[in-house]
Design a protein around this ligand. Structure first.
Ligand code: NDP
Ligand code: OXD
Length: 309
């Protein structure tokens, strides 16, 4: 039983240890030491180089190292007959919820304004509204969007969410589909993007969308850089349509040295760390999927390639 582990951001030795602790007969080869690709039955991957997966004739499952699978479907030669599974994990969900709460609370309590004041040596109160008066909109009400929404409701924010299909969630104003987008945006002082990157959602964070938010809204993008039209964000910050943006993900990671986001006073960047998969918990479901694939059982968290998530 042979698995390939491939990621340029995760520690291969740690993952291999966690996998063989769960499946002692698994031969885990850490890329680029793959040996003969014809041996590989399971690919545990983050951003596999295009064309590589199609060179593994015995491949039985492609196991994403993250919740998103856009990095797999970006490969036009990804073998269509091989199931693709994503990560759904309590630890990963908890970390994302922490990041969203941190960023929302920072906007709610006007941290960017006070930081700017400090730089100018200004000691001045700003009027503070209550959480109930602050509306937070979540683009995407899946595993991560729902978890964040629940905690924001618990903090008494006014919370809305937007999804593809209809949803009912306690305390959350739920909108869906193209017709639900405009009323959802109009009710989002703070907009959090937690959508998967698909053909339908690419470039969704654009000038047209920003114009439908309340003036001076804040943006938190923790989904994918491909959702954001970067030049439209710069224009919206310049015009005051948006006050500030927190970006954990970018189209090119890391951005070029001369990228305007690095030094922009209204942009906070983090290096794609909102929620990193921890092998100590995520290896359980990857091992379970390998066991299931061997036994011919249905896999956990298999995605629909037609939907792209
Ligand atoms: P899910 O698949 O559970 O949820 C996706 C949500 O997006 C669903 O509510 C879905 O609607 C909605 N959606 C998808 N397409 C559309 C559309 N065209 N219009 C409206 N709504 C749509 O994903 P997760 O919550 O687990 O993860 C979301 C994303 O977060 C991942 O794909 C990944 O890119 C990103 N991520 C980023 C991390 C980071 O560290 N920055 C870490 C982990 C994930 P419906 O419910 O109707 O299907
Ligand atoms: C993920 C990510 O998709 O870390 O899990 O971006």
């Amino acid at each position: 039983m042979v698995a390939l582990f491939l990621s340029d951001i995760d520690r291969g030795d740690w993952w291999a240890r966690e996998m063989t602790a769960r499946l002692p007969d698994l031969d885990v080869r850490v890329w680029p030491d793959a040996g003969d690709l014809a041996d590989i039955e399971y690919a545990i991957v983050w951003k596999p180089p295009p064309g590589l997966l199609s060179r593994m004739p015995k491949l039985r499952a492609i196991l994403s190292l993250g919740a998103g699978v856009d990095h797999i479907f970006a490969d036009p030669d990804c073998p269509p007959e091989v199931p693709v599974c994503r990560v759904v994990d309590q630890e990963l969900t908890g970390r994302m919820t922490e990041y969203v709460l941190l960023s929302v609370l920072s906007y709610h309590r006007q941290v960017p304004t006070y930081r700017a004041q400090q730089q100018r040596r200004v000691w001045q109160h700003q009027h503070q509204i209550s959480a109930r008066e602050r509306s937070v909109g979540l683009l995407g009400l899946g595993v991560l969007g729902q978890a964040a929404a629940t905690q924001l409701v618990a903090l008494d924010f006014t919370v809305s969410g937007w999804s593809r299909g209809p949803k009912r969630l306690d305390g959350v104003h739920c909108y869906h589909g193209a017709e639900g987008l405009a009323p959802f945006l109009a009710a989002s002082d703070i907009l959090v993007c937690l959508l998967p990157l698909t053909g339908e959602t690419e470039n969704i964070l654009d000038r047209k969308l920003f114009a439908q938010l309340p003036q001076g809204a804040n943006l938190i993008n923790v989904a994918r850089g491909g959702h954001l039209v970067e030049s439209d964000l710069l224009a919206a910050l310049e015009s005051g349509q948006l006050a500030h943006a927190t970006l954990d993900v970018l189209r090119a990671e890391p951005p070029a040295d001369d990228h305007p986001f690095w030094a922009h006073p209204q942009i906070t960047l983090t290096p794609h760390v909102a929620s990193i998969s921890d092998p100590r918990s995520v290896a359980d479901q990857i091992a379970e999927n390998i066991r299931r694939a061997r036994a011919g059982e249905a896999l956990l968290n298999q995605v629909d390639p037609a939907r792209g998530y």
